[in-house]
Design a protein around this ligand. Structure first.
Ligand code: HEC
Length: 458
């Protein structure tokens, strides 16, 4: 650790020293140009001296640079060219000094060629070094757009999932691993394992690094990996140490995965998605984790068309929910409803998912027939004389999500029944005998919402 700190200490001088060889060598080249412009006889003694100091300075810069590279804070592939060009510059600068010491012995073309070579080398080297510290796009970030497009191959960070069905997307493989792959594995992979940490597959990730486990399932605070990505960016321990930092959405996704147990096999729908993560999953991955209504999930064979015709003969309006959904939206209008007509719905009882009896003469006891409507998700009993007695017949409707009782005869006594309906999300209770405060009291966080006007008197 002491050794590492010392090399880091030396390494930090690299950004300071790199300017010296650039300065001295450019100075030497400028001096030479100035003199040939003035056509003076004897070349200045200053030129070889500047080359010599340039050579020494590039040695020191390369040495510090070597130590800086060894800290492991840079991506190996990006470092490679910069490191070896920098080292090559040392002998090349000394060759320059050798040539310029006795310029009359070497042809003019060689002298000029050498100057041009050095300028090119220094520019490429400086640019590569700049990219390492500031990121690949530093130079062109604020360039006019056409220039920027020329230099940057914008990496598409939008993930293309194989499916956007939360039931089939595996959290680790499709959401977490691609982030690690893009931003961590270049330093924490099979070949390069900084901090002895290999994040390229689940087994190696579970082994942790020099400091032991980096992930503690279900515990964000004790997870070194999470701590590292959420430190202040200036902290030496911040990960990644490159400019390729994690986005807010990426950090949120990783945090969620760790909190939910850092499992490698689970699918999105198997984990609990809190309301902060919902929008992240939606905008980043196109994953809609709001549960789908029952009528989109249920599978039934389409109802026979003669059966549908019979229903229509009884005066019911009948529509299917869509070309691919054989469930039915059935309604009745008028005040001539009778138990006989309702019996005609029997063959369709598994198909009816929306049922509207708005404004009809439906009676409490007739509702007992609805208990067989296993896929009923929306029931409209508004503007009818239905009372609490009728509501009691609904307690078998385990998929009922919406119940409209606007302007019916129900009272506070129906509230416990509504509360017991397992799928109920929304109940309309304005213009009933239900009291506002009692109705609001049965609402819950992400389940039931009661729509009731506060000051409406019957
Ligand atoms: C440019 C190289 C580089 C990249 C990219 C990088 N790291 Fe690191 N990482 C290191 C180095 C070097 C160490 C060892 C020194 C230290 O502990 O700070 C390290 C150490 C760690 C450790 C501590 C391991 C231990 O047990 O001591 C964790 C955790 C970590 N990195 C997580 C990450 C994560 C997560 C990412 C991606 C978001 C990432 N790193 C990207 C270079 C990198």
């Amino acid at each position: 650790m002491i050794a590492l700190e010392f090399t880091t200490f030396i390494g930090r001088f690299h950004p300071l020293f790199v300017h010296l060889p650039i300065g001295f060598i450019i100075l030497a080249i400028l001096l030479e140009g100035w003199e040939s412009f003035k056509k003076k006889g004897n070349p200045s003694r200053l030129i070889p001296i500047a080359w010599f100091i340039g050579g020494l300075a590039s040695f020191v810069a390369a040495l510090c640079g070597w130590f800086l590279g060894e800290t492991g804070l840079y991506i190996e592939e990006q470092l490679f060219l910069h490191r070896w060009l920098g080292i090559a510059l040392v002998p090349i600068a000394f060759i320059g000094w050798w040539i310029k010491r006795a310029p009359e012995q070497y042809p003019k073309q060689l002298q000029h060629g050498f100057n041009i070579l050095l300028i090119v080398l220094l520019s490429v080297e400086g640019h590569k070094g700049g990219n390492l510290t500031h990121g690949e796009t530093y130079l062109t970030e604020f360039a006019p757009e056409p220039i920027r497009n020329l230099f940057t191959s914008q990496k598409d960070s939008v993930f293309n999932l194989r499916s956007n069905n939360p039931d089939s997307v595996i959290v680790y493989t499709e959401l977490i691993q691609p982030i690690f792959q893009a931003k961590c594995v270049s330093c924490h992979g099979n070949e390069v394992k900084r901090g002895a940490l290999n994040m390229s597959h689940p087994d190696s990730l579970s082994l942790g690094g020099d400091g032991g486990d980096v992930i503690v399932p279900g515990n964000l605070e004790d997870s070194e990996l999470f701590r590292r990505i959420t430190l202040p960016q200036k902290n030496v321990k911040f990960m990644p140490p490159t400019s390729n930092v994690l986005t807010y959405d990426e950090i949120k996704t990783i945090a969620w995965w760790i909190e939910q147990g850092a499992l490698f096999e689970s699918r999105v729908s198997e984990l609990e998605v809190d309301k902060n993560l919902k929008p992240v999953l939606l905008r980043r991955y196109g994953l809609n984790t709001t549960p789908r209504p029952w009528y989109e999930k249920v599978q039934v064979a389409p109802l026979d068309s003669t059966q549908i015709a019979l229903l229509m003969q009884q005066g019911f309006s009948v529509k299917t929910l869509g070309a691919n959904n054989p469930l039915l939206d059935v309604g009745y209008k008028g005040t001539d409803l009778s138990p006989e007509k309702l019996v005609a719905l029997e063959p369709a009882k598994e198909h009816i998912t929306w049922f509207s009896l708005t404004g009809t003469n439906i009676k409490d006891e007739w509702l007992s027939g609805l208990s067989g409507f296993v896929n009923l998700t929306r029931l409209e009993l508004d503007k009818t004389s239905i009372s609490d007695l009728g509501i009691a017949h609904l307690n078998d409707l385990s998929h009922l999500e919406v119940l409209n009782l606007y302007a019916s005869q129900v009272s506070d006594a129906c509230l416990p029944i509504l509360q017991e309906l397992p799928a109920l999300k929304r109940a309309y209770l304005s213009r009933t005998k239900v009291t506002f405060d009692k109705a609001k009291a049965i609402e819950d966080e992400d389940g039931l919402t009661i729509i009731i006007a506060e000051n409406v008197k019957n």
